[in-house]
Design a protein around this ligand. Sequence first.
Ligand code: ADP
Length: 305
Amino acid sequence: MKGYHDIVGDGGSRILEQVAEKQNRIADGLAAVRHLVAVGSGKGGVGKSTLTLHLAGALRERGLRIAILDADFNGPSQARMAGVQDAVFVPGQHRMALPRTVNGIAVFSMGSLVPESKALDFDSAAHGDSHTWRATKEFALLGEILASSEWGELDLLMFDLPPGADRTVQYADFLGPRTSFVLVTIPSEVSRGVVARSAAALLARRSPGDGGAKGPNRILGYVENMSGYFCRDCNAVKPLFPPSRNRFNEADSQPTLEIPCLGTVPFDPELARHCDRGMPFAALPDTPVRRALDHVTQNLLDSLS
Ligand code: ADP
């Protein structure tokens, strides 16, 4: 057995070199990606996956090259929503080629690899300790996916994040300052509170270079999803949630969120049907919901440029 004094540096495991190699592989793989945009919230079930996919669809219609990385490994919705549930992964020219939707969006989602009836276990050697390892293993997996997938030349790589305000910040740390954030809320005070917490946590991160003035990751803005219900019978958007006392950006309200609103998207049962059946954005009829998604897409592009 080696004695303490026999261990030089990392003990011969090359662990530091391995980490550096992986970081280089990630950076190389993403070198031709113009924008990294993470869609988060803090809250679950507010429409992060729906908006990620349909904004991607609207961007694709404008001729942009788009990929989605579904970072919600244990609740992967993108595979079903994007229609790539049964996709087969094949080796690409240099790395793993990603499945594509019918309209050409490349999608990595655990839902293409793990059946919906199964959870993804992050086992550990010590029984009952897997929670300790979960975040570490999740980020190791994310790094491996980033390093080994063929992203190629892209205008946007969008990350569909899992819920949790603390995890939103962890993703910001892991993905680095190149990644901008879009936060999704619904018009309830509960949801706004959680999103305000996520935004505050992102903004509270200090980068040494900027004198602590702002966090290193840009927040492009928030989208209010399910803001009203689109009634097809009367072709009008009706209220879905009770009027709120707490509006973002109002001086006298709590919580305040000093980030731009990229737009509002009504609830539309047809959109939910599209998501369940993996139908593309192009198949959405011309309704206020589609126009709202187009409007958010334009604001997103404006804020990126
Ligand atoms: P999250 O990613 O935040 O957990 P999802 O995008 O999975 O939320 O949305 C939860 C459910 O709500 C899905 O079934 C989705 O189809 C539906 N949904 C989300 N936004 C809308 C909308 N604007 N209109 C209709 N259904 C929606």
